[in-house]
Design a protein around this ligand. Structure first.
Ligand SMILES: [Zn+2]
Length: 189
C-alpha cells in the first residue's frame, strides 16, 4: 500500500504553539515517527514524504503536491498539522473532503485509533468534513487519493501541546494503526 505524507506549511510558516514551536518543525518530528511506525508495522507499506513548495502560493503549491502524489500512485495521503485558536480550545480532528466516502472512512478509523491518548475528541467524532470553500480544502480536493488533514491537537493550548510533545511516538503508532485498518477494510493491504 502506497502512502504519501507531508508536514503542513514550510519552515517558520503556519501556526505557532504557545511555547514558540512552529507547525512545520513539530510535524517533521511526527512525520519521522510515522515513517518508523510504518516501517515496524509488519505490513507492506511504501511511504513517500513530500515537501510543500514554499516559493508558490497555496493553491499552486497544492497543485504541484497533488501532481507528485498522483505520479507516486499513492493510495492514501496525509498532511500533518496542529490547530491554533483561543488558549482553551483543545482536541484532535481528522479533516476529509465532504464528497469523499473513502476519506470519511479513513478519518473515522484514524479518529477511533487516536482516542485514549488524552486528547479530546472534537465534535464527538474527531472528524470534520471540509467543503470546497473551506480553508485547507485545496489539499483535500486536488489530491488524487483519499486525503486527510491531521490536526493532532491545539498548539495554542498548553496542556494539549505539552501532551503532544511527549506522545509523538504513540500518535504515530495510532495513525499507522488507523491506516492499517482502512487498508484491510478496502482490501489494499
Ligand atoms: Zn496548519
Amino acid at each position: 500500500m502506497k502512502i504519501s505524507i507531508s508536514a503542513g506549511h514550510n519552515k517558520n510558516t503556519g501556526a505557532e504553539a504557545y511555547n514558540g514551536d512552529d507547525e512545520w518543525t513539530f510535524n517533521k518530528r511526527l512525520e519521522a515517527a510515522i515513517l518508523n511506525a510504518f516501517d515496524s508495522s509488519g505490513y507492506d507499506f511504501d511511504v513517500k514524504t513530500h515537501e510543500r513548495d514554499g516559493s508558490l502560493g497555496y493553491t499552486s503549491a497544492m497543485n504541484k503536491l497533488a501532481g507528485e502524489i498522483k505520479s507516486n500512485g499513492s493510495d492514501v495521503c496525509l498532511e500533518l498539522h496542529f490547530n491554533s485558536a483561543s488558549p482553551s480550545a483543545n482536541g484532535y480532528e481528522f479533516l476529509y473532503y465532504y464528497s469523499s466516502s473513502n476519506g470519511k472512512a479513513l478519518a473515522s478509523y484514524l479518529s477511533d485509533h487516536f482516542e485514549g491518548l488524552g486528547f479530546a475528541k472534537r465534535r464527538g467524532t474527531g472528524t470534520l468534513a471540509i467543503d470546497s470553500g473551506d480553508r485547507g480544502s485545496a489539499y483535500l480536493r486536488l489530491t488524487p487519493c483519499p486525503a486527510i488533514i491531521v490536526e493532532t491537537h491545539f498548539g495554542s493550548n498548553a496542556d494539549d501541546h505539552d501532551l503532544a510533545i511527549v506522545t509523538v511516538d504513540e500518535q504515530a503508532e495510532r495513525i499507522v494503526n488507523g491506516v492499517v485498518e482502512y487498508g484491510k477494510a478496502k482490501n489494499i493491504l
